[in-house]
Design a protein around this ligand. Structure first.
Ligand SMILES: [Fe+2]
Length: 404
């Protein structure tokens, strides 16, 4: 028993950790019809932030509007197309500050939820958002925000669980930066997998790969805790068997969509508490440089970045390193090979990620206009605060080169 304890402690050395508040979770097919009663807890006037017309075409907008009316909640609607910019947030704040809504409801993908989160945070301040973005301005947001109900229509970013909103400006002087405060976590995550049934295969693939990347990066993060490990591994178990089927023959399977939706939410919880690695450290600068969807950026880097991390950890810390044990555990689950040792488990993980990259036809960075001459500037801006091993500039550039 003593030896078992010693082995466990070697692989699971406990460090101090924080775990932030989560939203109230309302999960289940059809539960979008409860949005009115949920909103009415906060008042009688809502601002509803949505994406383009797919919500209208599916009939879900009628359900949402009907539910709000049935609960005597009056509402305005603000539509978001593409990834939100500071200008878009400012326009919404100017347009809806008088009279101010009591609650903001977001129904859409990560971009819609991020935009709504920023609008909810800026409406009480009635100021432009850019000075409050990390790395852009030096404003300190006091954390006053309107309550936000976040109902995702894609299973990906996990924004419904996080305390930051990512805003971006695309171009050579572009940026992708966060508005962040502990109080910005949505009050409620309304997880209705029925909203994702019409999500097209390309979007399902990109979002699912984003969720998986977030789960894996937070699972192997130096800031991981027993709480984030439990949630991240559960998320990985849910997303891995369902990702390909949801992009092909089981796109309309509610159980499959439910697994992806729960995994995406869990990825938001784990990234908020354990941080992310070099893939997301590159995704920010890349997203500001080329118009590649965030999920596709993560998907295209995933296999190469994991291969580099595993190689460097093995060289520097040996084949029985605790992070390699974690990578191997994921490899065993993904491949259904519980008997594989650490080395083989890591190989199985990389084989599966390579297979996903091929099966899902993940595009390359060059397909979106990235050139070799862009790489040094991107490497200089890449973050890797919560990567399990510090990679040098050559390693990071080689990850990008391999996916050019
Ligand atoms: Fe992500």
């Amino acid at each position: 028993m003593e030896s078992a304890c010693a082995d466990f402690m070697k692989a699971n050395a406990m460090k101090p950790f924080d775990f932030y508040r989560c939203p109230r979770v309302v999960f289940g097919p059809g539960r979008i019809s409860e949005v009115g009663s949920l909103a009415s807890r906060y008042g009688s006037r809502a601002l509803v932030v949505t994406g383009s017309e797919s919500l209208d075409l599916s009939g879900n907008w009628d359900r949402i509007a009907g539910s709000l009316k049935a609960s005597s909640v009056t509402f305005d609607r603000f539509r978001v197309k593409g990834e939100p910019s500071p200008d878009l947030v400012d326009r919404a704040v100017r347009g809806f500050q008088e009279p101010s809504p009591d609650v903001v409801v977001a129904v859409g993908g990560g971009s819609v939820i991020d935009c709504a989160k920023a609008v909810a945070a800026m409406l009480p301040l009635r100021e432009p958002v850019a000075p409050y973005l990390e790395g852009v301005g030096d404003g300190h947001h006091p954390g006053t925000t309107l309550p936000l109900i976040a109902a995702p229509t894609t299973a990906g970013t996990g924004s419904e669980a996080t305390k930051n909103a990512v805003l971006s400006r695309v171009g050579t002087d572009g940026f992708k930066k966060s508005l962040r405060h502990d109080h910005f976590t949505p009050a409620c995550a309304l997880l209705d997998p029925g909203l994702t049934l019409d999500c097209p295969p390309r979007v399902t693939a990109a979002c699912g790969m984003d969720a998986f990347t977030q789960l894996l990066e937070s699972y192997v993060s130096p800031k991981a805790s027993p709480l984030t490990d439990a949630l991240a591994f559960s998320g990985i178990e849910h997303v891995s068997p369902c990702l390909l089927p949801a992009c092909t023959d089981r796109a309309h399977d509610l159980q499959c969509r439910s697994s992806l939706m729960v995994a995406a939410f869990l990825s938001g919880v784990t990234l908020a508490n354990a941080g992310l690695g070099v893939i997301h450290g590159l995704a920010g600068p890349l997203g500001a440089r080329i118009p590649m969807p965030h999920g596709m950026v993560c998907a295209t880097l995933l296999w190469e970045a994991c291969r580099t991390n595993i190689m460097r950890i093995r060289e520097q810390r040996g084949a029985d390193d605790a992070v390699l044990v974690k990578y191997a555990r994921v490899g065993r689950v993904l491949s259904g090979a519980p008997e594989a040792d650490v080395l083989r488990g890591c190989e199985l993980l990389l084989e599966k990620l390579e297979a996903w990259t091929g099966s899902l036809k993940i595009p390359r960075l060059g397909d979106y206009g990235l050139r070799e001459s862009d790489l040094d500037a991107l490497v200089a801006r890449a973050g890797q605060k919560a990567n399990p091993v510090q990679l040098d500039a050559t390693d990071v550039k080689e990850i990008l080169m391999a996916r050019l």
